[in-house]
Design a protein around this ligand. Sequence first.
Ligand code: SF4
Ligand code: SF4
Length: 232
Amino acid sequence: MLGSGLLQGLAVTAKNLAGSFHDPARYVTTEYPEQRTKLPENYRNFPFLVHDDPADPNGTLRCVACQICEKECPPQCIYIVMERDEKGKALRRPKVFDLDISVCMSCQICVEVCPFDAIKMDQEYEIATRNRFGGLLLHREDLSKSNAYYHQIHPTEAAGVDAALAEQKAKQAAAKAAKAAPAPKAAATTATPATAATAQDSAISPAPAAPPPASAPDTPANPAPANPPPDA
Ligand code: SF4
Ligand code: SF4
């Protein structure tokens, strides 16, 4: 019958409307902004920078201003300037780190290429502004967020990053300790007298000569012909 699909749809809507008054499972509306739906862990929008100490966010940024992400960003929406001391020596931290989220396409390439796990994808979506240009250009201070925040939005990923960084630190500490340890004494000073004497004997005694072949031929294996043929 013409219109039966429409009537069926209206019946389902009416059933859910009436049911939502006594069955919470049927009440699917989220009353935003008073209520918020928990986002899936893998949801992402724009990048942020991770710092390790909220008391000193700029001093503990993991970013070393290597500019790899700036070079790799497809729409070129990252701008970084390295901080330098008065003699011009690089301090390996960003003086300027700007990110234009009006251009960012949330591709996450900056996150993938960062060798220091310093930049991650955020889940902050309430970013509407009337200022189309300045309001969407985020600076270092806007981008800097704590590792605790990173754990809050991406718990599985953040735990993996922490474990990898801890392992890397342990390896570096072990390598540093091995480098600082005194060098082992020379092998000659540690050799026992018996070993040393044996080594000396073998050095003095010449190696036995190789025995002659059992039946050495009197003539070379491929003797030259006595009368070579004339050239053609
Ligand atoms: S976020 Fe990572 S890749 Fe980008 S400049 Fe900082 S350390 Fe380098
Ligand atoms: S997510 Fe993609 S577009 Fe956005 S800053 Fe990173 S690399 Fe650039």
